[in-house]
Design a binder for this molecule. Sequence first.
Ligand SMILES: [Mn+2]
Length: 331
Amino acid sequence: MSDKVNFETLGEIFRQNQTFALMSHMRPDGDAIGSVLGLGLALEAMGKTVHFWNVDGLPDSLAFLPGSEKISLPPAEAPDIDVAIALDTATKVRLGEGNLIAAAKAKLWVNIDHHISNPLYADVNYVDATSPATGQIVYEILQALEMPITAGSRDAIYVAVSTDTGSFQYDSTTARTYRMAADLMERGLAVGDINAKTYDSHPYRRIELLRALLNTLELSTDGKVAHWVMLDQLRIDLALKPEDSEGLIDMIRAIRGVQVAVFFEELPGGKVRVSMRSKDRSVNVCEIATHFGGGGHALAAGIRMAGPIAQAKQQVLSAIAAAVSQKNESF
Ligand SMILES: [Mn+2]
């Protein structure tokens, strides 16, 4: 199976079908919501019927996006749809059970993503691991197929790409990314306003979370691995929402000398969510994640694994230590 169909194949699917369900991964981030809205609003502008589903619904932090009120939980009974499209979702399981049930009547599955670990689980796959965000792939699809880029699609695509590139900072950011941003500005994007809504509008509890995380911060003796821990009790005490921790890991990734930052989060029920960020392609955190059943990108990857958290910590930190020391030996 090819990892990339040509855009014309997607164009035919869009033209020949009427009803679409667009979905992205559980605990959605800016790219998950933004790429769904970016493509979905364009399909709507073409007269298509579009369902926008996420098993965790819309995070409050992205409710400023025009059209985001269309995002709903998947319905309990599967409606008649022609095409199910998964965006920004590395494995089908990450869509969540509710989406799979709701999309049961789809005649065709499409998978549009940028995770290198994506196993091409759909009938039609467009997976471009060189793209810094699924939002950028959506932009390229809309451009190539001359689909309408409405104000809603424009803002959603910008936020998708901005949040997945650490505000256009990461190594994954390309010249095309900046050209895309320039084009979106020429289409009327209010860059200061949208960045303020994305980055300068956090609820107070997020900063309380940051304070609690800082109290758990540890640096390895060689100074190359920083990690912090969030126990489930903290979620209860601070009434946290899943999106509250989004992006906080960048604070410890930014420590001078640190090659890998790790965030251990205890989930309700005792499972552990591990987020890893590497500063250096020779320490590939996707490989480490894959070893534990997770996935992602070379510089940003995640795992969901069995607890208890102390054991998960020990296993993951020793795998990272091995990868870091291997890297440093090769120089
Ligand atoms: Mn993404």
